[in-house]
Design a protein around this ligand. Structure first.
Ligand SMILES: Cc1ncc(COP(=O)(O)O)c(C=O)c1O
Length: 369
């Protein structure tokens, strides 16, 4: 048998750990009686009924390749965002667009700078492109420390990733902070602002990044239909950038990367503003419930502008995470983000949120230790 030779830079790449698959946990001794999945920041309100219907209709054409230019989605989204159709690029989720961005901007040995903890794919996308990851700690309030990010930029930096609001902390950069950072950056560095949770961010001073594109041609904004639009299973993300940048990334975008069902569902979702509103209202209510419950339980939390919230148990959260998992409640253990006393909880429907808080209350009783 002959071995293959793997590219050296790939063998050092850590395996990305996504949320466990939906369904009963393989780790539980006996199947739990319930299954509450609040580990991957999906919306548990589901997709828009219009999107489900669009998928049914599109199923008749499964034998046809998808539209390589995503024309329907492109036209609709360009109109909604007030940008040119040539300023949009679509991906198989924003995961794919993150990877393509690294390939587009990094030469072998170039540095990419990003805060940690943040979304774990920035590291892997950088390494896969042959780049060197440069990680910068968040500040004491779990916010992105832009001064520290700026200080980490060197002559070798070609890419900066900023997750806004940040996963897993839920904190955000405001408009003047982001503008100031972009303004102070030397030429020749791409800035990818990953706005996967954009729809959830409500502060008046949250950046209107699309409007910044005219002033900063090095800016790439990434958004997704996976979160507030409830289409995580279909995989549609999009990038908004200058037309020239889009053309560059397009050269390496695999053709037909957005499938027929995904495009049909995304187009239909854009017609269902009421559904997105319901998702956002449910999230605000759920977030308020967690804040109130954390106060009652005497637990610290990080104020969040997303559909998840980080809660500090004040001790190793691993055993509580495991206990809840056996009880059919899937959260995310903070150790995955280097925050071992924390749990990340996706905000779900009210009955799910109540179940989480009840389970936490029980798990934290002195007798449960
Ligand atoms: C910050 C961030 N960026 C990107 C993604 C990937 O999203 P998508 O489903 O669009 O690939 C996620 C998913 O959890 C995320 O949290």
């Amino acid at each position: 048998m002959r071995n293959v030779s793997i590219r050296r830079s790939i063998t050092g790449i850590p395996v990305y750990i996504p949320a466990k698959a939906a369904g009963p946990s393989a780790e539980a001794d006996a199947p739990p009686v319930r299954s509450i999945r609040l580990s991957a920041n999906e919306t548990t309100l589901g997709a828009s009924p219009l999107a489900v219907e669009a998928v049914r209709r599109a199923a008749a054409d499964l034998f046809l390749y998808p539209d390589p230019h995503q024309t329907s989605l492109r036209e609709k989204l360009a109109l909604k965002l007030g940008v040119g159709e040539d300023q949009l690029i679509f991906g198989n989720g924003s995961f794919e667009l993150l990877s393509l961005s690294a390939l587009a901007f990094l030469n072998e040995g170039d540095e990419s700078v990003y805060p940690v903890p943040s979304f774990g794919w920035y590291r892997i996308a950088t390494l896969a492109a042959g780049g060197i990851p440069v990680e910068v700690a968040l500040d004491g309030d779990h916010r992105i420390d832009l001064a520290a990010v700026r200080s980490a930029v060197t002559d070798a930096t070609r890419l900066v990733w900023l997750c806004n609001p940040n996963n897993p902390t839920g904190t955000y950069l405001n408009a003047s902070e982001l503008d100031g950072f972009l303004h102070g950056l030397p030429d020749g560095i791409a800035v990818v602002v990953d706005e996967a949770y954009f729809e959830y961010a409500s502060p008046a001073d949250f950046p209107d990044t699309v409007r910044l594109l005219d002033r900063y041609p090095n800016l790439i904004v990434l958004r997704t239909f996976s979160k507030a639009y409830g289409l995580a299973g279909l995989r549609v993300g999009y990038g908004i950038a200058g037309a020239e940048t889009v053309r560059a990334i397009n050269r390496i975008r695999p053709p037909l990367n957005v499938n027929r069902l995904a495009e049909a569902a995304a187009v239909a979702s854009l017609d269902d503003e009421a559904h997105v509103r319901a998702v956002l209202d449910n999230n605000s209510e759920g977030k308020a419930f967690y804040v109130k419950s954390c106060r009652e339980l005497g637990l610290s939390y990080i104020p969040s502008e997303t559909n998840f919230i980080m809660v500090d148990l004040g001790r190793d959260s691993g055993p509580v995470y495991e206990l809840l998992l056996r009880d059919g409640i899937q959260l995310r253990a903070g150790r995955e983000f280097g925050m071992p006393t924390w749990l990340r909880v996706t905000i779900g429907r009210s009955e799910e949120n109540r179940a989480v808080v009840d389970a936490l209350r029980n798990a934290l009783q002195p007798s449960a230790r």
